[in-house]
Design a binder for this molecule. Sequence first.
Ligand code: IVH
Length: 694
Amino acid sequence: MKKAKPPVAAEELTPDRAETELARLAKAIRRHDRLYHQLDAPEISDAEYDALVQRHRAIEALFPDLVRPDSPSQGVGAPPATGFAKVRHASPMLSLDNAFEEADAREFEARVRRFLNLAPEEQVAVVAEPKIDGLAAALRYENGRFVSGATRGDGLVGEDVTANLRTIADIPATLRGKDWPPALEVRGEVHMRHADFETLNEEREAEGLAVFANPRNAAAGSVRQLDPNVTAGRTLHFFAYALGGEAAGPWQTHREFLDQLKRWGFQVNPMARSLPDLDGALAYYEDIAARRAELPYDIDGVVYKVNRIDWQSRLGFVSRAPRWAIAHKFPPQQAVTIVRDIVVQVGRTGTLTPVAELQPVTVGGVVVARATLHNEDEIRRKDIRKGDHVVIQRAGDVIPQVVSVVLSKRQKNSEPFKFRDDCPICHSRAVREPGQAAWRCSGGLVCPAQAALRLRHFVARGAFDIEGLGGKHIEAFHRDGLIGSPADIFRLKEKASQLIEREGWGEQSAANLIQAIEARRRISLDRFIYALGIPQVGEATARLLAKNYGTLEAWTAAMTEAQDPDSPAYHELDAISGIGPAVAADLLAFFAEAHNRDALADLGKVGVEVEPYRVTAVQSPVSGKTIVFTGTLQTMGRGEAKAKAESLGAKVAESVSKKTDYVVAGADSGSKARKAAELGVAVLSEEDWLKLAR
Ligand code: IVH
């Protein structure tokens, strides 16, 4: 790897400069810890991170006086994120020291020998196993039952993710057998397999969500979810590898402990091996490195652990890592090559992803010719340009990434990359909403890159819900030119003869399908809006819009008028509670495209009838009224008040306009109450509201 050369070798630093340098490195390490551990969004490669840590450590070793109590070398990772209860670990959750070269691994053994004062003929047997690139978790069992689970956090205090860990099949809810201690803490690595990672990202793409950069981030993001149902929907695995808390048990070797874990019902990496000495361990390392690409999950090295537990106890720990274990890392799979071009790909959901076309180069045995550049900000941050020499890396073996630009080789006439504002496939306008990383093509219904997925969505449950017309049929019909746009689905009956001739189809099945399509010619407004597949307009938002505008005609007229941000229609859209500026921007971008308006009109032409939204027949003094809440209510929160109003058939808006019927003013209500007075809108006290809402 091409590392930025440190300006001055650690040995040559003056104490003053060493202090400044340590402060700079500590700040960077802390920032990257936070990005990696809390936000699951690392900005640099593991190798770059390791280089920062190594330099920091080298300087601290030379200037021990400068080691501050808050130095990154004194703790692991980052303090726990907010949103989860905190758990203090029974014993610190440590990290491992790294060996990057064979010599480092040999030095590990030599250190062990020196520390234990072993005779030359005594061998240091180790257990070696792959180092899983996942997220460490500590599981607490009481009387054989899983009672709590935590992430590592800063090593001392982690996040309580018990509910999420319970959804992982590899984590036993109760231990098998009887020979478990009354309290037990098992540590291991939660991880996601490549196949599950790819499926998850495909699903996220289809829903218009940001994809995860690698399986580690996906696993960490899944475990650190506030809603355990989300975690339950992800397929995660867990390998147990260590004991936490006060280490004590009848087993004399680490191998015996691993076998015990298996008997209790844990998954232990089947590739874990007992090896007689370091030479055996190094041979194992080579073997695993050669098999790395075939494994179903990411690994970034091999961990060696001294097998004898009595030796482990004697060896103990240095500040952040045990003396009895080391991670022998694989060399980063990096190479330098040239960016031939930067092209923009259109995903099936309309996300525009910049991709670097590279001069093909072999990285870790695989030829890499393309690398994702993720999004506009990422290109700008790394300032990647056409013609640049770049360091590329296979991140966790999955997607090649550009790590950095070799600036010294940049051509003089190179120019920063400019993101184009149209779709390279259908030439509809591309938009990037505030707060979003990705540009998107707004030609949803017409863009060939997106058509198949949009059509699948159009007929899916919650949308047109056409029985017997599944995703596979849609894909095949689209591929063979039977359908290109949503309205074409309703024209299928004109192509009945072509349908009948298709493999696997006959008169009856074609007739059934056509009947199922006919049955759906009438549709409610909310389903219709949802079916259009406008980014960020899910079922709930579609219902909100339907409720607010009532009919298709009113909605389309309002969306057309709202293109002008000064129009009353825009203000009305903006005032709908639950529709933020980003959703409004997506809606307007959809209607700004003539193709999309044509596709809507076409649906009318083929006889799709959109029923007006039926307000549920709640009869209450506020049904059909528009209410704005302002100030602090004493008896209920804003959310509850809003839900109550909606359940009584009212619409809740965020801002006051002539259309507002009531403003409910709690304590400290400011400008909204004043505006209501100006417009002559009735202002209710909280008491008045409670009477109305009884
Ligand atoms: S043993 C006392 N074994 O790598 C330390 N760790 O970079 C016990 N890791 O903190 C750790 N695979 O989160 C061990 N087979 C394995 C591992 C493993 C992944 C993680 C673990 C550790 C980190 C250090």
